[in-house]
Design a protein around this ligand. Structure first.
Ligand SMILES: [Zn+2]
Ligand SMILES: [Zn+2]
Length: 636
């Protein structure tokens, strides 16, 4: 008999040679059916893996994110098997699970297109129905390399060489053999629901000097219902794509002529951004921050001291020569804020010092990684650096967290995914200070009361951090805020303050961005609101539509009156029919349409129609003014 420890600490006795599947069966029939793999002493294993006494085992089902990964990765094998059947000369490369799905890259004589996917799906359904078993084998690397070469799979042979392991494992499902570490589902018929999504080009090993491969994306879910929901979400996401809405609503553009990854803000986009900035600035003043403005370039000495030239150079652009000195465009604002701190002797009484800047930075991103406003080469961080004493850490982090949730909440984000990342193996600074800072972050998170996860060892080398993702209106998560404690830069720049006892001490530094960058956050907002911004941040808040040109004067006077109250008003005095004008205003996603005919003009009234509503309400102009001003002041 062997003894197996379960996650709850209890011991299960099994016969010699028992597998993970046997363990699941010994616990219950339901679990036996739901089990897809196991984690044995921390390593993922197939259900057929034979257990040994003393091992700690966790059964993995589709409820576990790891189970979903195994499902999706296994489906990528089935897809590769289908592609090989349909295109025997295709060579397989890699096929990992990714967030929400999987892909597989193929070297094809003719690149696949989206039109080819239906036939591949049909073949996959056949393979799934066949219920072929995933069979694992091990062999020496030499043996495997010869085997895959013989099959014409040159990429696999290259992978085996690069792995430089003595032995490798292969998996066979049906007649498709693949090099893989595993684990997989026990058999193909355990795939409940899948869908192939699209085809893209991808360079072998992500390097543009290599061959272009065909990447096929797909996804799989534990049920058809969950798959359908996901597909619906993708459809909805396409409609909300900020690049598409940015063009339709004339908010921003990217110009080939001006360079990739550099955003151009058009008048409406720039207005919306200004409104976000105004709100951000007002709230920072209330929260006790000071604004600073720093240069866009800095001498190499500065980046040497900060360490960026050591560990961040790949993201920095080539230097320019000014009077024989190298200057770099800034990828971050932090060193500049430190220099401002250092212009005076600081006392313990001066702290916290909170510097804030909407600081535009430039970072190199591969052209393939660029994605509209969400990933650009130039962007403006809402960057704050807070300098504090150690004893202020707890209180300050709590204040910062509350501030972050208040700001994000104003943009109608109500759900968050929060992670606290702790000390990694490689780190600077004393363990005592790390522990104290991590404790402060944990304390603040507990106090604020949102649930959070812990990423053990996932902190930056210079300090622990809190990362906050927002959940948008269709359930997608976006990384926005980050609060990072830093013991490194204060040390590198020899920052000091005079402590109460007269000694010189080093301040602790907090890097803090709430929105992340204005570009990225705006891209997220466009998708979150599907372009229909709330009244307070809509570039145009109301459009006045006339039914007849006889009321044009009244419309213009009204527009001027509303503008004088600080509102952003457009008029549509064109000879179009009123229905067409209403439709145009809806297409432009303007919060209010004010329809005016002879009756309204005579009575000093307006027919008010909300974006997305089919009804309108007739009210006096003062009633409308009071309503919209209230909404603006409440930021609704
Ligand atoms: Zn695999
Ligand atoms: Zn910073």
């Amino acid at each position: 008999m062997i003894d197996i420890t379960l996650p709850d600490g209890s011991i299960k006795q099994l016969n010699d040679g028992a597998t993970i599947a046997d363990l699941a069966a010994s616990i219950g029939a339901g679990l036996a059916k739901a089990a897809v793999a196991g984690k044995v002493d921390g390593e993922l294993r197939d259900l057929k893996f034979p257990l040994s006494t003393g091992e700690k085992v966790e059964i993995i089902t589709f409820k576990n994110p790891l189970g979903l990964e195994i499902l999706r990765h296994s489906t990528s094998h089935i897809m590769a098997a289908a592609v090989k059947q349909l295109y025997p000369t295709a060579q397989v490369t890699i096929g990992p699970a990714i967030e929400n799905g999987f892909y597989y890259d193929f070297a094809m004589e003719r690149a696949l297109t989206d039109e080819d996917l239906a036939a591949i799906e049909v073949r996959m359904h056949e393979l799934i129905k066949a219920g072929d078993v995933f069979t694992r084998s091990e062999m020496s690397s030499n043996e495997a390399e010869t085997l895959f070469k013989g099959m014409g799979e040159n990429y696999k042979a290259e992978i085996i060489r690069d792995l430089a392991q003595a032995r490798v494992s292969t998996y066979k499902v049906g007649d498709f053999l693949d090099l893989c570490r595993g684990p997989h589902l026990p058999s193909s018929d355990k795939i409940p629901a899948f869908k192939l999504l699209n085809v893209a080009g991808a360079y072998w090993r992500g390097d543009e000097r290599n061959a272009m491969l065909t990447r096929v994306y797909g996804t799989a879910f534990p049920s058809q219902k969950e798959l359908d929901e996901y597909l619906k979400q993708i459809e909805e996401a396409k409609k909300r794509d900020h690049r598409r809405l940015g063009k339709e609503l004339d908010l921003f553009s990217f110009q080939e002529e001006g360079g990739a990854g550099l955003a151009y803000w058009h008048p409406k986009g720039a207005m919306a951004r200004k409104l976000v900035e105004d709100f951000w600035r007002e709230e920072h003043i209330k929260a006790g921050y000071d604004f600073v403005i720093s240069p866009h370039i800095g001498k190499s000495d500065l980046w040497e001291t900060s360490g960026h030239l050591g560990f961040y150079k790949e993201s920095m652009y080539s230097p320019m020569d000014i009077d024989g000195q190298d200057y770099y465009i800034k990828p971050m604002n932090c060193p500049f804020h430190i220099l401002i701190y250092k212009t005076q002797t600081r006392s313990y009484r001066d702290l916290p010092i909170r510097y804030s800047e909407l600081g535009t930075v430039y970072r190199y991103e591969r052209s393939g990684a660029l994605h509209g406003l969400l990933r650009a080469r130039g962007f403006t961080q809402d960057d704050s650096h807070i300098f504090i004493r150690e004893d202020q850490l707890k209180g300050e982090i709590e204040t910062v967290l509350k501030f972050v949730f208040y700001i994000l909440g104003t943009f109608q984000f109500k759900e968050f995914e929060i992670f606290l990342s702790t000390r990694p193996k490689e780190h600077v600074g004393e363990v005592r200070v790390w522990d104290m800072a991590t404790e402060a972050l944990r304390f603040a998170l507990d106090k604020v009361g949102f649930p959070y996860g812990i990423d053990e060892g996932g902190g930056a080398f210079y300090g622990p951090k809190i990362d906050i993702k927002v959940k948008d209106s269709i359930g997608r998560l976006w990384q926005c805020s980050t609060i990072q404690v830093d013991f490194n830069l204060p040390e590198r720049f020899k920052m000091q303050y005079i402590a109460e006892d007269g000694t010189r001490k080093q301040p602790v530094m907090i890097h803090r961005a709430m929105l992340g960058s204005l570009e990225r956050f705006f891209g997220v907002l466009v998708e979150h609101f599907a372009g229909a911004f709330p009244v307070w941040m809509a570039p145009v808040q109301a459009r006045i539509l006339t039914i007849t040109n006889a009321v044009d004067d009244y419309a213009q006077t009204l527009a001027q009156e509303l503008r004088s109250k600080g509102l952003r008003i457009e008029t549509d005095l064109s000879p179009e029919k009123i229905n067409a004008k209403v439709r145009d205003a809806q297409m432009a996603k303007i919060p209010y349409s004010l329809v005016i005919g002879a009756r309204e003009a005579e009575a000093g009234k307006v027919a008010v129609r909300r974006y997305g509503s089919a009804d309108s309400a007739v009210m006096t102009k003062d009633e409308f003014l009071a309503q919209i001003l209230k909404e603006v002041s409440e930021r609704k």
